[in-house]
Write a protein that binds this ligand. Structure first.
Ligand code: SF4
Length: 162
């Protein structure tokens, strides 16, 4: 495992970076009005992909929820599950699809327990991923709010136990 990937085992440190990123993104919102969303996306996509691919094996889903998943990318799950593991986790904590790989949800749980700020966000029910955002910059989508658009009816349905 490379040095950048080892950073994932320090989620508390990464969460500080995430918070700083979030602050910058919110401050840069005006940049969208000034330079336009497309141009900003052209500028930011490459550095986003470069850094996040190295650290998180980011798949550029366009809707980043890293801080809610122990700074572990849910899109690296072979089934792309964003709300916890399937029923196929092996007794040794490995994946049923790729037996050599640890289940990313085992790692997400372990890492989330090391966090302070976002620890409990692991329990948040994530909406279905919008595949139309695939390949786009999650940073820009955070600024525009596109990453928070949910399908019609989402959240209206009563859920079991609540
Ligand atoms: S943008 Fe999507 S694919 Fe990339 S790290 Fe975040 S959740 Fe994973």
């Amino acid at each position: 495992m490379g040095l950048a990937r080892r950073l994932q085992n320090h989620p508390r440190l990464l969460a500080v970076g995430y918070k700083a990123n979030l602050w910058i993104a919110m401050k840069l919102k005006f940049a969208i009005r000034m330079v336009g969303e497309k141009r900003l996306a052209r500028w930011l996509s490459a550095p986003e992909e470069f850094t996040k691919r190295r650290i998180f094996d980011c798949k550029m889903c366009g809707q980043c929820i890293l801080h809610s998943t122990g700074m572990t990318c849910p899109m690296t799950c072979p089934k792309n599950l964003r709300n916890g593991p399937c029923g196929g986790v092996r007794p040794n904590g490995h994946c049923e699809v790729e037996p050599e790989m640890r289940c990313i949800w085992v790692e997400a749980f372990e890492r989330s327990q090391m966090m302070t700020t976002y620890k409990d966000e692991l329990h948040i029910l994530q909406p279905p991923v919008d595949r139309q955002l695939e390949g786009s910059s999650a940073w820009v989508n955070l600024m525009t709010g596109k990453d928070r658009v949910t399908p019609a009816g989402w959240g209206d349905t009563p859920r079991a136990g609540g």
